[in-house]
Design a protein around this ligand. Structure first.
Ligand code: PLP
Length: 399
């Protein structure tokens, strides 16, 4: 396969984090602290799109550098690198809900068994399971508790109660960032012979995601969060343990082998991961996504992950020094890119909506979730952004 450098415009790796931040024009005028919501575009992805559109305008679908099979294979390879799996385990979809629904509707679960989901889970990992209730499979929600250990205890209790056939979990809580112990969770699932499904939207890109080691059966995640990709693009992972005759409930023009030969109609399906693309793809997004993955991989996936933690830790320290309490106070040794600010140490009233609005008017973008002020930095957030955040919060607090 051709080297990525012969396809995409050259990416020169910045020598320091301040220069990385400059790849994100939004960070010169404001501070984006909602990378677990929707990430802004980098100049590198923007330039790649311009380059692609230039080639597409001249050659149409015969654009020599941007051919669909090549771009797809490179995306799969980069994701396989992040997940330590094989490219054939990876398929491309539009979002978490779509991938989760497709999987949920295509498997069988025993009547009378239960599906477990964590309490207050994001709807994309709840609604796709609801159809099972009409088929005699119950859905139960596991309380998260204050620490990952407490959660494990709650989970084991649930498993002990009644037959569980599937657990679908996000390795990091989307509202306040608690990271779950996936190795232990995987062991519990295996000992009870339950399928393990991962919603990786809040974890892939900033948490080590060893899907093969964790024996994950299926996973899906959005591209536009920790992977800095485009809106409306998602990725699925499907394990090799899936039956060979696995068929997605929907059949589209792209579901069968050799789909570019339209006639005669055929029944032989593509391999499992490929079936998630039913037909003509959102190819522009694929190019944007590959540019983002290339940028992250050139900087270094693991360097990126550590930098996210470094910045999140620095922000957390400043917040605590200002008197805020954090969800992570209960698990200080664990790392997460999502900071949940949940109150003041001195017990004074905490109104996250008010802090959110104050910061927004200062062009510092956060979110409010489940009674917390949620902050989620990524590599474009620098030490000077942290200083500015601190000084604006001091103004809010009249310090
Ligand atoms: C845990 C989790 N899953 C999934 C999503 C995104 O869902 P979808 O891809 O269906 O838009 C989010 C978005 O915030 C999320 O936090």
């Amino acid at each position: 396969m051709p080297n990525l450098n012969s396809i995409l415009p050259p990416f020169s790796v910045p020598t320091d984090w301040d220069s990385v931040s400059k790849l994100y024009p939004i960070q010169s005028d404001s501070i984006w602290l909602n990378f677990c919501g929707i990430s802004p575009i980098s100049t590198y992805a923007k330039e790649t799109m311009a380059d692609f559109f230039d080639e597409y305008s001249r050659y149409g679908i015969f654009a020599p550098r941007y051919s669909e099979p090549k771009i797809k294979e490179h995306i799969r390879q980069k994701i396989a690198e992040i997940l330590a799996c094989e490219p054939h385990n990876i398929g491309l979809v539009h979002n978490t809900s779509e991938g989760m629904n497709l999987y949920s509707q295509s498997i069988s679960l025993p009547k009378g068994s239960r599906i477990l989901i964590i309490e207050n889970e994001y709807p994309s990992n709840v609604y796709p399971w609801e159809h099972w209730q009409k088929k005699g499979v119950k859905i139960d929600f596991v309380p998260v508790g204050k620490t990952p250990e407490e959660f494990l205890g709650n989970l084991e209790n649930e498993f002990r109660k009644e037959k569980v056939s599937l657990l679908s979990i996000s390795p990091v809580h989307w509202c306040f960032g608690m990271p779950f112990n996936m190795e232990k969770i995987s062991k519990i699932c295996k000992s009870y012979e339950a399928l393990l499904v991962v919603d990786g939207s809040q974890s892939v890109g900033h948490v080590t995601s060893e899907f093969v080691k964790w024996e994950v059966d299926f996973a899906v995640f959005a591209a536009w969060k920790w992977l800095l990709g485009p809106l409306g693009m998602g990725v699925v992972y499907i394990s090799d343990k899936v039956p060979k005759d696995f068929e997605i409930i929907f059949k589209g023009a792209g579901s069968v082998k050799n789909d570019s030969n339209y006639l005669p109609y055929r029944s032989e399906r593509k391999p499992p991961a490929d079936q998630f693309e039913h037909s003509t793809a959102n190819f522009n997004d694929w190019v944007y996504f590959l540019a983002s993955l290339h940028m992250l991989s050139e900087i270094g996936f693991s360097k990126v992950k550590n930098r996210i933690y470094e910045v999140a830790d620095k922000i957390s320290l400043r917040l605590k020094a200002l008197g805020f309490t954090l969800d992570s106070d209960f698990y200080p040794d664990l790392k997460s890119g999502i900071i949940g600010v949940n109150g003041f140490a001195n017990g004074k009233p905490f109104v996250p909506e008010e802090i959110f609005a104050f910061l927004k008017q200062k062009k510092i973008y956060s979110a409010v979730r489940l009674g917390r002020l949620r902050l989620a930095p990524h590599i474009p957030v620098t030490e000077s952004h942290i200083d500015k955040l601190e000084s604006e919060l001091k103004e809010y607090l009249n310090l």
